[in-house]
Design a protein around this ligand. Structure first.
Ligand code: ADP
Ligand code: ZN
Length: 747
């Protein structure tokens, strides 16, 4: 397929095609995209003796300020030429490797496709802070052992918390839970001392021959196809579709090994930071050393070391969160998106991009294969395989003697749990059997906390977040009511704030904590663990949890979607889905698909080794197509029916959506701005604009929200139309207008 077809396929304006092969700039005039300003690019003059090429990182003047920017390609977005004599000089060339052409094209594409500014996309590539300057060391601080003469309670707290830690002022403050000023004070009196940390410390090289696995035939044929894609060193998107427990990781490791032999670099994207630790261990078992990692929880010194190592080609393999996608790989040879169907790959704030799709585009621009691995591929990915755009590889059975689990529905209208209980008798019996056999069980409910809603039994008052259209969720373990949207917390009051009744507050419905309470009531001796983002919030916490499960120190896991993915627990033989109907309520575009994937993934945790697995799905609608397909083990039937439905609705992947979210602290202002957007909607064939209407989450973090939804046929040049439409409007200062192309959230 030629570039033009591809560009159109991925929804880029045709005007983009010539940009793909743009000539290099000439003379001493350069275009610079600034990292912190949503203007430009601006032209500057290169002073004599300074050699900057496209991609070079430079410091330039803007008014009285000095700002970081990247030299962009000649002719970048428009040609409004400033006269030669008015050009100001580039001040400095930063001594780090230039951003390569392929990555610059990716930045162009992301900015174009997701209607974002180049500055905001580039900031995901380069952090504008001093972090990226050339210095080979960074100064961190650590306890010196010296007791300050004046020991305040806060100082004592900080020094207590910082034993064996070091980091920047901000990092230490966050770690100790004190203000920056306390840390600075401790530095001043010498209780914390500076340490120089090298950011050029070498990285260990993974060894492709370290431990060679014996692959099954199905694994070997998928591995062979991926190896040859890697050695072809050309763009090829591949969907690695293998049932849960089929050994997808072992199989794509063979592609990783092949890349290492060629001396190129690999990125493995993981959907969840809590999956990092088990992944690192498996990687080390195969390749002898752990890969570098990249995620939001890293210290500045680690970030700099990995960023530089990646840019200079010294880091061979990175495992990371979606933000790793924008690392400046010197010589990339492969991206693997593991659990590629995961919705967490979609970024919901800032630049709203989908990491799976951006990964594919990066492979396209830089010429290497991209593997999307999943047991439940996204409908979009399956569609691309069926029309021949992506290669499909399958591993149809579990590795070794393991069999797929038996799946059964429990009809809650017939097998009712006791009043104010949520586990039906057949599931209770199954748990009991597991306890007797010393096997493990997992109960899945995608709701954090104790109860999703609290109300007053006297007056009916419901606790709502003051900043959001959302109920306050009770978290009994930490004795708090919390908003899951903005993080607002309050202690549960003793009396109703509305009618002053005492002891009248009642929890409504279950969260995982409440299920755990129920489990303890029925099985007081069982060892339980509530696994959610509240308990597994760091790689270390997740690693502890995994170790406990592996050591059989936990009998029953009660968890959210966080524990349904990736994990391999050989002694876990029972999975109970507490409320399969939950995800089907509210019914957005992907509700059925997402529920199917979630339950199939949860079910996939059962019986992964010698012992057979059993899955119970509690539902009020056993005949719902999603539940019926899961019970029948008929994945294809479900996907086919769902695909047909999407096609007839013109929904993705057959048509496209873009959401426009307008918000303001002032409700009237939000409504008026949204009306103005609606009223100026252009008429284009094959494009429909719905709304504005108040968003389902009509208030979020104190801002009133209105939404419009644009629905377009694939032939419509949606981005150009929207850019022109929204670019032509002016909004009051308090109004924010966000665009979400290919939205996953409709709230
Ligand atoms: P998936 O990601 O497809 O659900 P995993 O990659 O977690 O499956 O594999 C399931 C289990 O089988 C893991 O413990 C893995 O180490 C093991 N396994 C898979 N393939 C092999 C192999 N070829 N040799 C040895 N162990 C394997
Ligand atoms: Zn809130």
């Amino acid at each position: 397929m030629n570039d033009a077809d591809w560009v159109r396929d991925v929804g880029l304006p045709a005007a983009y095609i010539p940009m793909m092969n743009r000539p290099r700039p000439s003379g001493n005039r350069v275009r610079v995209v600034l990292l912190t300003q949503v203007i430009g690019p601006l032209d500057y003059r290169l002073p004599a003796g300074m050699a900057a090429e496209p991609g070079s990182i430079v410091i330039v003047p803007l008014g009285p300020r000095k700002l970081m920017g990247v030299v962009w390609d000649d002719g970048a977005f428009g040609d409004e030429a400033i006269e030669e004599h008015r050009l100001r000089n580039v001040l400095e060339l930063v001594d780090i490797p230039p951003i390569a052409a392929g990555l610059r094209r990716l930045v162009d594409w992301v900015a174009d496709y997701y209607l974002a500014s180049h500055a905001s996309v580039l900031r995901m590539v380069i952090s504008p802070s001093a972090a990226m300057t050339a210095a080979g060391t960074i100064t961190e601080y650590k306890p010196s052992g010296f007791e300050p003469a004046r020991m305040t309670p806060q100082r004592a707290v900080a020094l207590d918390a910082l034993v064996d830690t070091q980091g920047l002022v901000r990092e230490l403050a966050a770690e100790a839970g004190v203000s920056d000023a306390i840390i600075r004070g401790l530095i001043k009196v010498g209780a914390l001392e500076p340490v120089q940390v090298s950011i050029d410390a070498p990285f260990a090289s993974p060894d492709p021959q370290h431990h060679l696995p014996k692959l099954s035939d199905a694994q070997e044929s998928a591995a062979a196809a991926m190896r040859s894609a890697v050695s072809a060193a050309a763009f090829e998107p591949i969907v690695l579709d293998g049932v849960t427990g089929s050994g997808k990781t072992e199989t794509y490791f063979e592609a990783v090994a092949e890349v290492l032999k060629f001396g190129r670099q690999v990125l493995v994207l993981l959907p969840e930071i809590s999956l990092t630790q088990p992944f690192l261990k498996r990687f080390a078992a195969r390749f002898g050393v752990e890969p570098a990692t990249w995620h939001s929880g890293m210290k500045q010194s680690q970030r700099r070391r990995v960023w530089r190592g990646v840019a200079e080609g010294r880091v061979r393999v990175v495992a990371g969160a979606r933000s790793a996608l924008f690392l400046p790989f010197a010589n990339p040879g492969l991206i693997v998106v593991d659990e590629a169907h995961e919705v967490s790959f979609k970024q919901e704030d800032g630049v709203r991009y989908h990491a799976r799709d951006v990964a594919v585009m990066r492979g396209k621009f830089e010429g290497f294969p991209v593997v999307l691995a999943s047991a439940t591929p996204a409908l979009e990915s399956r569609h691309m395989v069926s029309i021949g755009r992506y290669k499909g590889l399958e591993i149809p059975s579990r590795f070794g003697t393991a069999k797929l689990p038996k799946i059964e529905a429990i009809d809650l209208t017939k097998d009712q749990p006791e009043r104010q209980n949520w586990i039906a008798p057949p599931l209770l019996a199954a748990i009991e059997e597991r306890l007797e056999r010393a096997e493990q069980s997992l109960l899945f409910l995608n709701r954090r906390g104790y109860a999703p809603l609290t109300l007053c039994r006297h007056c009916g008052h419901r606790f709502q977040c003051p900043n959001c259209t959302a109920w306050m969720v009770e978290h009994r373990l930490v004795r708090r009511l919390a908003c899951h949207h903005c993080g607002h917390v309050m202690p549960p009051p003793d009396t109703c704030p509305e009618c002053n009744a005492e002891d009248a507050l009642v929890p409504c419905g279950p969260g995982v904590e409440r299920i755990s309470e129920e489990v303890k009531k029925f099985f007081p001796d069982a060892r339980t663990f509530v696994a959610t983002s509240d308990t597994l919030w760091s790689p270390d916490k997740a690693a502890e949890f995994v170790a406990m499960v592996e050591a059989n120190a936990i009998d029953i896991i009660i968890g959210t979607q966080l524990v349904t993915k990736g994990y391999h627990f050989p002694n876990l033989t029972l999975v109970g889905v507490i409320d399969a109907d939950l995800g089907l309520e509210g019914g957005d575009l992907r509700a059925a698909e997402r529920t199917f994937q979630q339950i199939a993934q949860a079910a996939g945790r059962a019986g992964r080794a010698e012992k057979p697995g059993h899955v119970f799905i509690q539902t009020r609608n056993p005949d719902h197509p999603v539940i019926a397909a899961l019970v029948a083990g008929d994945r294809d039937a479900f996907y086919d029916a769902e695909t047909a439905q999407r096609q007839s609705a013109g929904a993705p992947p057959f048509g496209r959506y873009a959401a426009i979210i307008i918000s303001s602290e002032d409700e009237r202002e939000a409504i008026e701005a949204a009306r103005a957007v609606g009223a100026s909607a252009p008429k284009a064939e094959g494009m429909y604009v719905y709304g504005p209407a108040p968003a389902p989450l009509s208030m979020l973090r104190g801002r009133h929200r209105q939404r419009l939804l644009v629905h377009a046929q694939r032939s419509v040049e949606l981005q150009s139309i929207m850019r022109e439409w929204l670019g032509g409007l002016n909004f009051p200062r308090g109004v924010r207008v966000g665009v979400d192309v290919d939205p996953y959230s409709f709230l």
